[in-house]
Design a protein around this ligand. Structure first.
Ligand SMILES: Nc1ncnc2c1ncn2[C@@H]1O[C@H](COP(=O)(O)OP(=O)(O)OP(=O)(O)O)[C@@H](O)[C@H]1O
Ligand SMILES: [Mg+2]
Length: 230
C-alpha cells in the first residue's frame, strides 16, 4: 500500500535516523578541493558521489570515514563529532561501525585468503558468512595466498573482509574499478543486499554514472560543491 503524502513528508523530514552528517566541510591540499559541503546519510540509505579525477572524491570519503580531519567543518556520527572524540572512542567506531573499502585494497599479502577473513572475525567477534563468499565467487580460493589471487579476486576478498565485521556504514571507493560488468553487478548487488538486510548505509564513490544512479541519492563533486543530481 502506498504511503499517504503526510506520511511521506514525515519520513522525509525525520532527522532521527540520520547516521552520519557532514556540516560545512572544507578542505584543500595544494588547491582548494571543496567548500562548505553539507550532507546527510540515513540508515538503509545509499548515496553515491561522482566527479572528475582529482576533484576530491577520495579525500571527501576519507573525511567522512574518520580518516582525515577536514580543514574546517564537522562530521557527526550518531550526533557525535568524530574529530573531537577521544582517540579510543574514534578507534572503536572505526573498528566496529565503519567498513571502509579503499580504492587500493589493503590485504595482508603474505597470508592466505582465509587468514585475511579470520582477522576480521577476530576483531569483530562475527562469523565468516559462507553464503557471502559463494555469492562473491571466492569461496574456492580460501586456501590460496593473497599474492596468488587475481586483482578482481583480491578486491572481492577485501569487500568480504569488510562485510564480515558487519559495519553500520560502508564507505566504498571505486569498489568495482577492477571488475568486468557481470562481476561488478554481483559486487554491487552484494553491497545493496547487505545494507538492506542490516539496516546499514552505503557511501559509494564511482566513475560510473549508471552505477551511481542505482543509489537513493547521487551527488556530483564539481566547482568546490557537492550537487545532488537526483
Ligand atoms: N594526502 C595528500 N597530500 C597532498 N595532496 C593530496 C593528498 N591526497 C590527495 N591529494 C590531492 O588532492 C586532489 C584530490 O585527490 P583525490 O584522491 O581526493 O581525488 P579523486 O576525486 O578521488 O580522484 P580519482 O577519481 O582519480 O580517484 C589531487 O590533486 C591529489 O593530488
Ligand atoms: Mg579517488
Amino acid at each position: 500500500m502506498s504511503e499517504s503524502l503526510e506520511e511521506q513528508s514525515l519520513i522525509t523530514n525525520d532527522k532521527s535516523n540520520i547516521l552520519l552528517e557532514a556540516k560545512n566541510i572544507s578542505h584543500s591540499f595544494d588547491y582548494k578541493l571543496f567548500e562548505n559541503i553539507n550532507l546527510e546519510i540515513k540508515s538503509k540509505e545509499s548515496i553515491s558521489i561522482i566527479g572528475m579525477s582529482g576533484s576530491g572524491k577520495s579525500t571527501f570519503l576519507n573525511i567522512l570515514s574518520s580518516l582525515l580531519n577536514p580543514k574546517s567543518g564537522e562530521i557527526l556520527y550518531n550526533s557525535k563529532n568524530l574529530y573531537t572524540l577521544k582517540k579510543k572512542d574514534l578507534l572503536n567506531i572505526r573498528r566496529e561501525d565503519f567498513g571502509i573499502i579503499f580504492q587500493a585494497h589493503y590485504l595482508f599479502r603474505g597470508f592466505s585468503a582465509s587468514d585475511n577473513l579470520n582477522i576480521a572475525t577476530l576483531l569483530s567477534g562475527e562469523n565468516i558468512d559462507k553464503d557471502l563468499l559463494i555469492k562473491l565467487n571466492i569461496d574456492f580460493v580460501l586456501n590460496q595466498s593473497v599474492g596468488e589471487l587475481s586483482g578482481g579476486q583480491q578486491q572481492r576478498l577485501s569487500i568480504a573482509r569488510v562485510l564480515t565485521k558487519k559495519p553500520k556504514i560502508i564507505f566504498a571507493d571505486e569498489p568495482t574499478g577492477n571488475l568486468d560488468k557481470d562481476t561488478a553487478k554481483i559486487v554491487m548487488d552484494t553491497l545493496f543486499d547487505y545494507i538492506h538486510n542490516n539496516n546499514a548505509a552505503l557511501v559509494l564513490v564511482t566513475h560510473e554514472e549508471d552505477l551511481a544512479k542505482q543509489c537513493n541519492h547521487t551527488y556530483k563533486l564539481e566547482n568546490l560543491q557537492l550537487k545532488e543530481l537526483k
